[in-house]
Design a protein around this ligand. Sequence first.
Ligand code: CMP
Length: 139
Amino acid sequence: MTDNITLTMIKPMAVKKGYIGPILAKIAEGGFRIVAMKYTKLSLEQAQKFYEVHKERPFFRDLTAFMSSGPIVAAILEKENAVQAYRDHIGATNPAEAKPGTIRALYGTDLGMNAVHGSDSIENANIEADFFFAKTERY
Ligand code: CMP
């Protein structure tokens, strides 16, 4: 298990609005190094698998439908204390509550369409990184 990586996804609405470039620029500004990255689209089944920990939550159906509705960018980011550092950098889950200047405050629409995902623990960061990327795809 690596404790210096996190997994992010640029979500479908942010992709649709043309925010891939600005979000990647903010990620670089925050001092995160890209270890792996891909432009892809999740099937509903893949979104359900990725967000399995939330399967009992009332928002699970909407969340997985949305996350499989269009292309995303998935990336492994590296930095010391990456999980917490990235959570600080993207801001609160709800863009309306995210600190000014954070990625979700700048590019999020609402709680579901909150621009980006960031892993919530070191363990989940490693599980989520393995979900998208083979070890041979990481540099
Ligand atoms: P994310 O970091 O991708 O992890 C789970 C996602 O569920 C979260 O961002 C939100 O986009 C979404 N979500 C929708 N409704 C809620 C809610 N009530 N509480 C937490 N997350 C929610």
